[in-house]
Design a binder for this molecule. Structure first.
Ligand SMILES: [Zn+2]
Length: 132
């Protein structure tokens, strides 16, 4: 096993233990999605190196989802004349988008920031993009 205090963006990192602890690849609830689970505390561990790509993909999905849902709700309002219902729908979609954004984009981004601080304390240097 590798040193849990040696920063490695490709290894799962537990935000609670603050280290690259030993993890298990388990299913997250009934979601059918697998996550790395810290063996010592049971928290979800993240592969920090993949978080950035994942969060930007999630942000794009949320953006397009609201982009599609907003006009639909406006059209529904026009067709049915139920502007109140349409408005409630718009607000609901906005809140839902913010809610999903928080858990799929904001939280992983925070964990990544925490990892960066943690890693830099241990002498890890962020790789600069090559070229130029
Ligand atoms: Zn842990």
């Amino acid at each position: 096993m590798t040193d849990p205090q040696k920063p490695d963006p490709n290894a799962p990192w537990c935000p609670k233990c603050e280290g690259h602890t030993e993890t298990e690849w388990v299913q997250a609830g009934d979601s059918g999605r697998n996550v790395h689970q810290c063996v010592s505390c049971g928290w979800t561990a993240f592969e920090v190196g993949k978080l950035k790509a994942k969060t930007s993909a999630a942000a794009t999905n949320i953006f397009f989802l609201t982009l599609i849902l907003f006009p639909i709700l406006v059209v529904v309002g026009i067709v049915t004349g139920n502007w109140y219902g349409s408005l409630v729908g718009l607000v609901a979609v906005s809140f839902l988008a913010l809610f999903i954004y928080h858990f799929t984009v904001r939280q992983p981004a925070k964990i990544r920031e925490r990892w960066l601080v943690w890693a830099k304390e241990r002498g890890w240097k962020e790789e600069k993009p090559k070229g130029k």
